[in-house]
Design a binder for this molecule. Structure first.
Ligand SMILES: [Zn+2]
Length: 441
């Protein structure tokens, strides 16, 4: 595992690459991410054969651009892919044509609101060819000249050069707990030369992984699965080819746009009032934040993880909105280290509670003989907990998790958890896992 001085420096390594659904630069990005993930997390890059079915979708082909440019005939080059991958519409079809301005115009894209920027445009499935350029340059293009449009692109279906994504898993103290299951953390990797959306989420997730490896979750907690890959279709391909992991997923966090200077926003799960929503609200609610419904803009892979036939409760964390979105202004200049780290910290707090939470279920009858079992809390040492003993003991009927008990008695989660762990050590409660909401069809 490589060390780093800042998350921004990690982001700078893969930011300028021609990242897209499947490309050589996307492969490089996954390699770079892996070099920073904890050694213990078993970071693995997986490859899927193009055109294979993935539920109602198919695995996309690899996109190779040998050369792409737009020229004024007999004159200057307007845009050149080798200077910036944003200059062409992602997954543009090949073209080599001389056209009038009128013929060319439907293939040109710009951003009215940010006329100095190159917008990011993609046409992955409804394919066409096109160039993206600043509005300021578009306005100056001579209307009476001929243009030469060249995109030498290739769609590769060789299964060995397939569609890639990566996973890693960080286990709690003592290894995986089969009954506790896993929580999945996702960040997508497919936006070419875009910093906040989506490189920022990736580096915040790397920071999160390192924190969870350095200070593991308590024994018996959920494992934390990390996933990096192309947005939406990546998750669809992954889950459709690994359906066996779905039932094991107890929750998810999608992270992106974590680096711009703005407060944290979180999106509810599709369940809306799930334990994961309440824990997130508890953590994020401590400071200025924004709260949104499930799949509100910007919606991402949580629509798959928490979608039909999967239904794993998944929240999203971001710092949306920001004006530079999907333009060449979404670059390292708008990235702030404290924002990137802050988002990782927020996710860490949520995971530490959500993944270590369980439902304590009573095995005893009658009030427990506290002092006889070392469970008495001296009021001189902890007055608040002393006052709450009875209330806690009355809540071991199997309907409430540790977090909910802590909420109801108004005490800190970790204090209540530590106390309940003592009952558990004595065999007075069993730890029932947070039930899976996953659908298996
Ligand atoms: Zn995006």
């Amino acid at each position: 595992m490589k060390s780093y001085t800042s998350l921004k420096s990690v982001l700078a390594e893969f930011f300028p690459l021609h990242r897209t659904l499947a490309s050589d630069d996307h492969d490089k990005t996954l390699e770079i991410i892996g070099s920073y993930m904890p050694d213990s997390s078993n970071y693995t890059i997986e490859t899927y054969a193009p055109l294979e079915k993935a539920w109602t979708w198919y695995v996309p082909e690899r996109y190779v651009v040998h050369e792409a440019y737009l020229e004024i005939e007999g004159g200057e080059r307007v845009v050149d892919f080798k200077n910036n991958p944003l200059y062409i519409v992602s997954y543009s079809l090949p073209v080599d044509k001389t056209l009038s301005f009128e013929e060319l115009q439907p293939h040109l894209y710009f951003n009215e609101k940010r006329p100095h920027t190159i917008p990011w445009v993609f046409k992955y499935y409804d394919r066409d060819w096109g160039f993206c350029l600043p509005k300021n340059i578009f306005d100056k293009l001579p209307r009476d000249k001929k243009y030469r449009a060249v995109i030498r692109s290739e769609f590769v279906t060789d299964p060995k050069q397939g569609f890639k994504m990566a996973t890693a898993v960080i286990h709690p103290e003592g290894g995986a707990s089969v009954s506790a299951g896993e929580i999945i953390v996702q960040a997508h990797t497919c936006h070419p030369m875009q910093a906040n959306d989506d490189g920022a989420g990736v580096v915040s997730a790397i920071e999160l992984a390192r924190r969870l490896a350095e200070k593991p979750l308590p024994a018996g907690s959920m494992s934390v699965r990390f996933w990096f890959g192309p947005e939406t279709i990546g998750t669809i391909v992954y889950l459709s080819h690994n359906e066996n992991i779905i039932h094991n997923l107890r929750g998810g966090i999608f992270m992106e746009m974590t680096g711009n200077k703005n407060k944290i926003a979180w999106h509810h799960t599709r369940q809306h009032t799930h334990l994961l929503d309440r824990i997130t609200n508890f953590i994020v609610g401590k400071s200025a934040h924004e709260e949104r419904d499930f799949a509100a803009a910007p919606a991402n892979d949580e629509r798959v993880i928490n979608g039909p036939g999967v239904n794993v409760p998944c929240i999203s964390i971001n710092r949306w909105p920001y004006d530079e979105y999907h333009t060449s202004d979404d670059n390292l200049d708008i990235m702030h280290e404290d924002m990137l780290v802050g988002a990782a910290e927020t996710a860490e707090h949520i995971i530490r509670i959500y993944a270590s939470n369980y439902i304590p279920k009573r095995t005893f009858r009658g009030p427990v003989f506290l002092s006889g079992n070392g469970l008495w809390v001296d009021w001189r040492e902890n007055w608040a907990l002393n006052r709450a003993i009875e209330k806690i003991m009355m809540r071991f009927e199997g309907g409430l998790s540790v977090f909910e008990i802590a909420e109801q008695v108004g005490l800190d989660y970790w204090m209540v958890r530590d106390y309940i762990e003592k009952f558990r050590a004595k065999g007075f409660v069993t730890a029932e896992p947070i039930p899976s909401e996953a659908q298996n069809a």
